[in-house]
Design a protein around this ligand. Sequence first.
Ligand code: GLN
Length: 491
Amino acid sequence: MHLLDMTAAELAEALAAKTVSAVELTRACLERIAAVEPKVHAFITVCAEEAFKQAADIDRRRLRGEPLPPLAGIPVAVKDNICTAGIRTSCASRMLQDFVPPYDATVVMRLKQAGAVVVGKTNMDEFAMGSTTEYSFFGPTRNPWRHEYVPGGSSGGSAAALAARAVPLALGSDTGGSVRLPAAFCGVMGLKPTYGRVSRYGLVAFASSLEQIGPMARSVRDLALLYDAIGGWDDYDQTTLPAEFIPTLPGLNKEIKGLRVGVPAEYFGPGLESAVREKVRSRLKVLQDLGLIVEEISLPTTEYAVAAYYVIAMAEASSNLARYDGVRYGHRAAGRDILAMFTRTRQEGFGPEVKRRIMIGTYVLSAGYYDEYYRKAQEVRTLIRRELEAAFTRCDLLLTPTAPVLPWMMGEKQRDPLTMYLADCCTVPANLAGLPGLSLPCGFVDGLPVGMQLLGPALSEPLLLRVAYHYEQAAASCHATPPEGGGAGGI
Ligand code: GLN
């Protein structure tokens, strides 16, 4: 098997057995990146020098016989809104085009402690606002399966890098679906953890009450490996949960028979493409064969989730992005006085989608509209959370599509932001309720990947990963093999 087709777990074994060195593996990754980048453009920054240094250090330690941590020598790609000391972190924005953080995000620090080798920073929608990775100041990422299609977003670079076999592991961030949607569109896996399970220290803020950093990979084992490496309490992020972090990897094999899976009718209603419905529904049989009990349920507040999400996310964005004023961070434009400098800086530094959101966010928070929009959205958020919590008293987990549609053509929805926002209808409820969500591949339609989503109650990551693991064994053929003529072969 080619080195880069291997999972992180398999690579860890090969590295431990010294059949390959960390430096050789890093070189293979960088060569692969160089080969696919002209077509896919998954990376904003490739950090070859730092990666080789880290890899050489791991190799030296291995030769000395030191006991090494679980990800020692494994290459990983990091979304470009997660701070990396000494390596540019641009958020795909002109505003932060030259921003080099003086510190590592907690997740990056933990990755390094686990021995992982950061090979590059991945492309994304500017400040993580979008569903296609087209809103990047550095140009769009393309779907490795079919290049004329979007890879999903906003962590499209991380998902495409995985699908293109450029890295075995990647980090994304998920405010309203940005880990899960691109995972689905690129035929890989992604987990949005329970709010507070993974530190946000060093994640550039978009909508702080909604977002989490999440692991992305091509196998459930790898997803668990990465999640276990980054999760848990962090002194630097007081929103992290004090509940003990129980590693998920050792429990993947545990029994799942008898678990109850709810299938909410509203996620399979109008607006869902029939090919997606068929694919996801057909997987119910796999779960039943594994001994799970499937139950149809109803979650009537689901239809309000997108509206509530966009009001809250934009309100928080307008506040979080106020710091980009030409003084404290990033880009500064010339101006005859402070106000002119401030205005021009923001005019030049932000792209159109970010400006749209700052304007709408400011509007919904303004006196007179606050009650009508922001407060109402918060009330809806509470209803959605309560409804989901009630559902989890009856079911252990829920199964839904990850997106209601197949990946669309590049450029297709750019002029109509509303239809793009609607593609988030299956993913935003988990963010509003702070619950974990996992996207898994469930086959292809016309050479384009389809994803399904498992949702669970707070802190149910071990359970979601376990069910995903059993599903993966039972349905390997739905995600491992590229379809006839599938694009990944062509990259
Ligand atoms: N697509 C959603 C948005 O544009 C989600 C983005 C995200 O999760 N960062 O807001």
